[in-house]
Design a protein around this ligand. Structure first.
Ligand code: ZN
Ligand code: ZN
Length: 102
């Protein structure tokens, strides 16, 4: 089992990959400005299908539609997820409870 198994089912995965031409759609959310590729990452290796908003809980992520999913490459996704984890660590328990309403 891979830790990088796609969240989305096979049909969704194919639809999202097809729509985005299998390229990472990160527009500098990861902290990299992607200047070399016109402001959007566009990498096609080590890509995964994941929510546009990587902060959504897995229980929500599995219910998302094609329009709410996009292609992330490993590097961008790791950078964004690390930022989310950092923000969560910094939030206190009360903030965490408020977060879960969304
Ligand atoms: Zn990327
Ligand atoms: Zn990126």
């Amino acid at each position: 089992m891979s830790a990088r198994a796609p969240i989305a089912g096979a049909a969704l995965w194919t639809a999202v990959m097809g729509r985005n031409d299998g390229a990472c759609t990160c527009a500098a959310v990861c902290g990299n400005r992607h200047r070399d590729s016109g402001g959007v990452c566009g990498r096609r290796d080590a890509v995964t299908v994941a929510p546009r908003d990587l902060g959504v809980p897995l229980a929500t992520a599995v219910t998302l539609s094609v329009g709410e999913l996009t292609v992330w490459c490993e590097r961008c996704r790791a950078a964004v997820e690390a930022a989310i984890r950092k923000a969560r660590r910094e939030a206190n328990a009360a903030d965490y409870a408020a977060d879960s309403l969304f």
